[in-house]
Design a protein around this ligand. Structure first.
Ligand code: NDP
Ligand code: HEM
Length: 487
């Protein structure tokens, strides 16, 4: 069989891929060498901006299957019938490090699911933790700056990390979680995923519910100690990627069971704390987990750049029956992601196969046109304005989700305070549920970081937060920090 011919980008055959064209043997190179110029220029453009957070990640395809009836709470079509299957793409990630970092690090993990539903793509962009460090999006860029590399030293600095937390008491719950055993999952397969925010579901009768999503791993939770992680990060920086890729290649398909917690919308106003506060969970005793379905990953992407690096998940990609809650963090995220995609991938990123909606073959049906890399013919000959008299796509008149009630005046308000609302009580609940061994490791991990901080006032502020969560917790961290600093 004759070999396929190597071509230039325009499809012309390449005569020599080993020697550049030169003026005479050993002479300078020629600008007419199209193949050389094109090859070098194209290579220079191989990288696109990495994600500003969650840069390192791994992805896989699979499906979601409904196992339990939730039609009393949402009319989302992909959740409408037991046994119904929907294709998914899931991207896992670490948060703070850049593309060149390591997987086995103490950091939250991203858990972003794209459901290719018949009513459009639904993106649930969550983490492996049910809470977050802050509760207002205006703090997000400062928070991330404090956790990524310092502008002068070029390293992550304990001074910056703990200084931000010293000024953010609301971070105490998430910091307790992060510094505990689950702060370093053994792999992406061995951790839970959470929607974290409160979302809104609406049923066919227009009744609204608030909802929290929990994907529980069927592989069991497995974590690494700080020492195990440090060793593994050096030996195989891609340990999570290797694990996921190889498990799926071997036919060992990881799966998660999806549960939800549901709160009728009318209960939200009188709940004992703000149910839209991302630094808090809803205790299971108040809102038990209800099973919804099973998510299975069974196919690796063919090409990491095309499908994982170019994947675009946005919390504002909802489908009918699912919508946002007033959670301020979620509201901020509804803007941030699609904006990041326009910068990182361009305005036509939804035409890339991994992002393209499967609900509308041929691509989105709207009057958006043109722009860089308009790959499909976007409406072909059709009129590009609406309303029109030519059978173009029209609105449904049916809102995607129930309206949210609003009252009061505009302004930069603090989050509403409820009776038992403070920044510490759930951090204390988490501390108290740990075994003695888990508590000891948590204390050692916190002290290991906090003892490296150069300012006493920053240390004291952080200690006060742990003390407020649980006096024993605060005292043990203080003692461990003191011991390390006296060493
Ligand atoms: P429950 O006793 O009903 O639930 C405890 C939860 O803690 C379970 O979801 C369990 O997850 C999880 N958990 C167990 N060990 C750890 C750990 N080392 N690190 C992190 N999470 C762990 O209590 P409540 O619902 O009243 O919640 C009490 C505390 O549990 C909360 O303040 C919160 O910190 C934590 N938590 C609560 C969740 C919720 O949605 N209510 C979710 C996750 C954590 P698993 O079943 O997977 O072992
Ligand atoms: C990625 C912003 C909070 C989960 C990103 C990206 C941005 C961003 C800009 C990069 C997107 C891209 O380039 O594709 C923000 C802002 C937040 C916030 C402004 C707060 C206001 C959160 C929270 C969670 C989360 C609370 C989880 C509950 C993720 C995940 C990714 C991501 C999983 C990676 C998605 C992927 O795999 O492509 N975030 N984020 N973020 N964020 Fe956030």
């Amino acid at each position: 069989m004759s070999k396929r011919v190597l071509t230039t980008e325009s499809g012309a055959p390449v005569a020599d891929n080993q020697n550049s064209a030169s003026a005479g043997v050993g002479g300078p190179l020629l600008i007419q060498d199209q193949h050389l110029l094109e090859k070098l220029a194209r290579f220079n453009r191989e990288r696109i901006p990495e994600r500003v957070v969650h840069a390192r990640g791994s992805g896989a395809y699979g499906h979601f299957e409904v196992t339990d009836d939730v039609t009393g709470f949402t009319h989302a079509a992909f959740l409408s019938e037991i046994g119904k299957r929907t294709e998914v793409f899931l991207r896992f990630s670490t948060v703070a490090d850049s593309l060149g970092g390591a997987d086995a690090v103490r950091d939250p993990r991203g858990f972003a699911v794209k459901f290719y539903t018949e009513e459009g793509n639904y993106d649930l962009v969550g983490n492996n933790t049910p809470v977050f460090f802050i509760k207002d999006p205006v703090k997000f860029p400062d928070f991330i700056h404090s956790q990524k590399r310092d502008p002068f030293t070029g390293r992550q600095e304990p001074d910056n990390v703990w200084d931000f937390w010293a000024h953010s008491p609301e971070a105490t719950h998430q910091v307790t979680w992060l510094m505990g055993d689950r702060g370093i999952p053994a792999s992406y397969r061995h951790m839970n995923g959470y929607g974290s925010h409160t979302y809104q579901w609406t049923n066919a009768d227009g009744e609204a519910f608030f909802v929290k999503y929990h994907f529980k791993t069927n592989q069991g939770i497995r974590c690494l100690s700080t020492e195990q992680a440090q060793e593994l990060a050096g030996k195989d920086p891609n340990s999570h990627q290797t694990d996921l890729l190889q498990a799926i290649e071997r036919g060992v398909h990881p799966s998660w069971t999806l549960y939800v917690q549901i709160m009728p919308a009318a209960e939200a106003a009188d709940y004992r704390f703000n149910p839209f506060d991302l630094t808090k969970v809803w205790p299971h005793a108040d809102h038990p987990l209800r099973r919804v379905g099973r998510l299975v990953l069974d196919r690796n992407p063919d090409n990491v750049f095309a499908e994982v690096e170019q994947a675009a998940f946005s919390p504002n990609n909802f489908v009918p029956g699912i919508g946002p809650s007033p959670d301020k963090m979620l509201q901020g995220r509804l803007f941030a992601y699609a904006d990041a995609h326009r910068y990182r991938l361009g305005v036509n990123h939804t035409q890339l196969p991994v992002n393209a909606p499967k609900a509308v073959p041929g691509g989105a049906q709207n009057y958006g046109r043109d722009g860089l890399m308009a790959l499909n013919a976007q409406g072909r000959h059709a009129r590009n304005y609406e309303p029109n008299s030519y059978d173009g796509p029209v609105e449904t008149g049916r809102p995607l989700s129930a309206p949210l009630a609003v009252h009061g005046h505009t302004g930069t308000h603090e989050a509403p305070l409820h009776t038992k609302d403070d920044d510490f009580f759930q951090a204390g609940e988490l501390y108290r549920l740990l075994s003695e061994e888990e508590k000891s490791r948590l204390i050692a991990n916190i002290a290991g970081g906090l003892s490296q901080v150069s300012r006493d006032d920053v240390i004291e502020k952080n200690l006060a937060h742990f003390h407020a969560a649980d006096p024993e917790y605060g005292e043990r961290v203080a003692e461990a920090v003191r011991a390390l600093r006296e060493d």
